[in-house]
Design a binder for this molecule. Structure first.
Ligand SMILES: Cc1cc2nc3c(=O)[nH]c(=O)nc-3n(C[C@H](O)[C@H](O)[C@H](O)COP(=O)(O)OP(=O)(O)OC[C@H]3O[C@@H](n4cnc5c(N)ncnc54)[C@H](O)[C@@H]3O)c2cc1C
Length: 439
């Protein structure tokens, strides 16, 4: 039993933090594996969760490699913190650090974006015009939020005066979202929540902010004057059936209305209305608060590169990697980590943690003249907050199996305080350890 618990806890994202600080540094990281000598040129696109972490892991594993990281941003954003900020539980600064503080010293960091990518020539051109040739490319650019796809919406509108939130747009927008939710839950009215039609990072986050806002209205004694409506373009509230049923049950219990097959098309900030495409006709609803979450796509440079799937997610552009090895199907010297991967599940930081050892294994093994063996099973995790102080620690794989990190200890579909602590306290420590290549 003890062995089972330990093994299981090591496979989950939060398991490492939950097992104590020692496990954070002794987890299945790369520090104990043998170093391999090489002069390979490795280029990493993006220094977010996946890019920073793989740079650290490869710098540990490889001796003599020329590792270059490209990212035009200067700030690193701890995005799982955005939901806590949007619920007034943390300040915007909670999610912000500098990109360079997470990168190893022995790599080259270029503070520019990739502007052009030529996988036939193994070359990337930066926004500043530098040309970088590589032997191996790791794509970890994450997603772009397509705000222009929502007619009438502009990020400048977000705040309490308009009643518009944008939990996904960044730490400052998440803080302004809180100001708008605070006002709505004081004054009452109709609150519109929901998710976009595309694949998205952390599909639980739109549900979490709905539950949190409802809980805040209840705590303030104002629930009676607030209506909550959740819209989703699909036919379910969550992609995994057993989680969908549980979320629906909670929404029913808490009198949150949900509309299936509704896609947000446009908003009118003056009139405070939102228009949705539905199977039969357009529907327009009035709101006092609306949380706008944009459709999500691969950055244009990736979509123009020839790395995207040709026959799947054609409007989104995720890259064509093998769902288990994360190696590109047509360019074997290219790997994907994180949200950019065109795989059926796994746009969470928790999944990134399990992309890392797979990509590291296949890349380092190839350099060492062996074949890599590690495979990604679709592990995705999301501490689904249901109230302040309560969450469900849902973890699942490609086959929609629930794969709890603490079987017998933490029931995945129960609203528990311990699962809340995982999100509120443990997740950031685990995430930071992952960035350093130690989890
Ligand atoms: C509101 C919200 C809540 C979330 N909650 C959770 C949660 O509770 N649990 C969880 O596990 N996950 C959660 N996530 C998801 C998690 O943050 C992402 O899955 C994770 O950050 C993905 O890592 P990544 O490296 O793929 O992308 P990112 O961390 O987004 O990093 C991508 C990097 O690539 C850079 N980049 C972009 N284009 C280029 C280019 N052309 N050239 C070079 N660099 C480029 C960007 O500047 C960025 O720094 C949440 C996300 C959001 C937005």
């Amino acid at each position: 039993m003890e062995f089972d618990k330990l093994t299981a806890s090591r496979r989950g994202f939060l398991g490492l933090a939950g097992a104590g600080g020692a496990a954070l540094v002794l987890g299945p990281g790369s520090a104990q594996a043998a170093r391999v000598r090489t002069s390979a040129r490795i280029l990493i696109l993006g220094a977010g969760a996946g890019g920073a972490a793989i740079a650290n892991r490869l710098s540990e594993r490889l001796e003599g490699a020329q590792i270059t990281v490209l990212d035009g941003k200067q700030e690193h954003w701890y995005q799982p913190g955005f939901t806590l900020i949007a619920a007034g539980l943390r300040p915007a600064s909670y999610a912000v650090s500098s990109i360079t503080q997470w990168l190893p010293r022995d790599i080259t960091f270029i503070n520019e974006y990739a502007a052009e990518l030529d996988p036939e020539a193994n070359r990337v051109t930066t926004t500043g015009g530098q040309q970088i040739e590589y032997d191996y490319l790791i794509v970890s650019t994450g997603v772009v939020l397509d705000w222009d796809a929502i007619e009438g919406f502009d990020l400048g509108m977000v705040g309490p005066e308009t009643g518009i939130g944008a939990q996904y747009a960044g730490p400052d927008y998440a803080a302004r979202t809180w100001a708008a939710i605070d006002r709505f839950t004081n004054e009452g009215g109709v609150g519109l929540f929901g998710r976009p039609e595309t694949e998205m990072k952390c599909a639980g986050a739109p549900v979490k902010i709905t539950f949190l806002a409802e809980d805040i209205a209840t705590t303030k004694g104002n629930r009676g004057k607030c209506d909550f409506i959740y819209t989703t373009p699909g036919g379910a509230l969550f992609g995994v059936p057993v989680i969908h049923h549980r979320v629906r049950q909670i929404m029913d219990e808490r009198n949150i209305t949900y509309n299936y097959r509704w896609t947000l098309k446009s908003i009118d900030a003056q009139a405070r209305t939102a228009t949705f495409d539905t199977p039969e006709f357009e529907e327009t609803l009035e709101w006092d608060f609306i949380n706008v979450i944009a459709p999500q796509r691969a950055p244009q440079v990736i979509r123009d590169s020839g790395l995207s799937w040709a026959d799947r997610w054609t409007d989104e552009g995720w890259i064509e990697v093998d769902m288990q090895t994360l190696r590109h199907a047509r360019y074997p010297n290219v790997f994907g980590i994180g949200d950019i991967n065109g795989v059926p599940k796994g746009k969470t930081a928790a999944s990134v943690k399990w992309h890392l050892p797979v990509v590291e294994d296949h890349l380092v093994s190839e350099i060492a003249g062996r074949e890599g063996t590690r495979l990604f099973d679709g592990y995705t995790s999301c501490p689904l907050i249901t109230r302040i102080g309560r969450a469900m620690l849902v973890e699942f794989d490609y086959k929609d199996n629930l794969v709890p990190s603490f079987p017998g200890l933490i029931a995945p579909l129960e609203e528990l305080w311990i699962s809340w602590l995982m999100k509120e306290v443990a997740l950031k420590a685990t995430y930071n350890a992952m960035l350093r290549g130690r989890a």
